[in-house]
Design a protein around this ligand. Structure first.
Ligand SMILES: *Cc1c(COP(=O)(O)O)cnc(C)c1O
Length: 383
């Protein structure tokens, strides 16, 4: 058994589990074993696997209309955009819809360049923004970049959480600063509030835009609906994807009216804003709001921080995170520990070679989360 079918391009490592079903925070393999999905399938299952309200919305919409050219008006798209902008501060009210996180970042880069008439994008060391060539140029990890060079010119990387380095990098060639409020793939590093405030101040002062990539941090994950809410900063562009449509592919680039007014050029997507994804997205947004999943993430994240506070220093360097986005940085490689957790029925993921990343569905039952934290403690030598 493997995750890759015969003939499938070798882009993911082989994995011995064949998963056939999901419900809430659980996944089942083809042999009938149940697992707790502590990675929420890479952050896409905030509202749980096969969330009944998302499934219901998709089923109803599939009978009406699956796909529609963006040149036609669609009540389902109108409704989704209304619900999405209602979660954001007032200036962020122009939504471009696509089909993935990397596409949401591509659009943000294009909007920033075309709205400012400037070429340069300033991103951060350890940052991750996707794998298409524009987004990859903003992604930092050398292993992800090197085979595909030369990438798009005028992308520079500065140390994360270093306001002075950021201020020094932004000038009148800078179209935008692009940051994750919590770096996810790079190992779960939260931005200091002061860092985001400095990013806002320096971009505003120098006529550049601030883009916050909330593809992983959005939709309640960090204990707020959007992670940037903690900092009091309002960016010019926000990107979202992963859990935005409850597990159906989607990307959204949300900009201010000022960005839209200054934008010269065209950017479109055939499937972006399709009725199926929009119906799923409205259901996921409504569920997240009504069930107070951000508050839940804050509370269950607090539980994790207290349960993981006394892990042995011989193994664990640091525990970091916000809400239900938690990184446990080890002094050794994470892979054997992930393997040990998997043998106990817990599927966690890594964030770089040395970080165990916990990103459970926000609907995880409190007792199951407590059990999972106990398993993590045991695996790392406490409990
Ligand atoms: C996952 C991720 C992306 C890329 O999303 P895809 O849907 O895989 O293209 C971009 N930015 C961040 C912050 C991410 O976590």
């Amino acid at each position: 058994m493997s995750a890759r079918a015969p003939g499938e391009f070798a882009s993911f490592p082989r994995h011995a589990l064949e998963i056939v079903r999901g419900e809430g925070a659980h996944l089942w393999d083809s042999a009938g074993h149940r697992f707790l999905d502590l990675g929420a399938s890479h952050g896409t299952a905030n509202v749980g696997h096969a969330n009944p309200e998302v499934v219901g919305a998709i089923s109803r919409q599939a009978r009406e209309l699956l796909q529609l050219a963006g040149s036609f008006a669609s009540p389902v798209r109108t409704e989704f955009i209304r619900r999405l902008t209602a979660t954001l501060p007032a200036p962020l009210d122009r939504v471009f819809l696509s089909n993935s996180g990397t596409e949401s970042v591509e659009a943000a880069i294009k909007f920033a360049r075309a709205a400012t008439g400037r070429p340069r994008i300033v991103a951060a060391l350890r940052g991750f923004h996707g794998r298409t060539l524009g987004a990859l140029s903003a992604t930092w990890r050398p292993e992800f970049r090197a085979p595909f060079e030369p990438l798009v010119p005028e992308f520079v990387h500065v140390p994360f959480n270093d306001p002075a380095a950021l201020a020094a990098a932004v000038d009148d060639r800078t179209a935008a600063v692009l940051l994750e409020p919590v770096q996810g793939e790079g190992g779960v590093h939260p931005a200091a509030d002061g860092y985001l405030r400095e990013a806002r101040a320096v971009t505003s002062a120098r006529g550049a835009l601030l883009i916050l990539d909330e593809v992983q941090t959005g939709l309640g994950r960090t204990g707020r609906f959007w992670a940037f809410e903690r900092s009091g900063v309002v960016p010019d562009i926000v990107t979202a994807a992963k859990s935005l449509a409850g597990g159906v592919p989607i990307g959204a680039t949300i900009a201010t009216g000022a960005v839209e007014a200054a934008f010269r050029g065209s950017h479109q997507s055939t499937f972006g804003g399709n009725p199926l994804a929009c119906a799923a997205g409205s259901a996921a947004l409504e569920y997240t709001r009504r069930e107070h999943l951000a508050e839940r993430a804050e509370r269950l994240g607090g539980l994790a921080r207290s349960r993981l506070a006394d892990l042995p220093e011989t193994v664990v360097r640091e525990v970091r995170g916000l809400g239900l986005m938690i990184g446990i940085e080890l002094r050794e490689r994470a892979a054997p520990y992930l393997e040990a957790l998997r043998s106990k029925g817990y599927l966690a993921i890594s964030g770089g070679a040395h970080v165990i990343r916990l990103l459970p569905p926000l609907v995880i039952a409190e007792e199951e989360w407590a059990d999972a934290l106990e398993a993590v403690r045991e695996t790392l030598g406490r409990g």
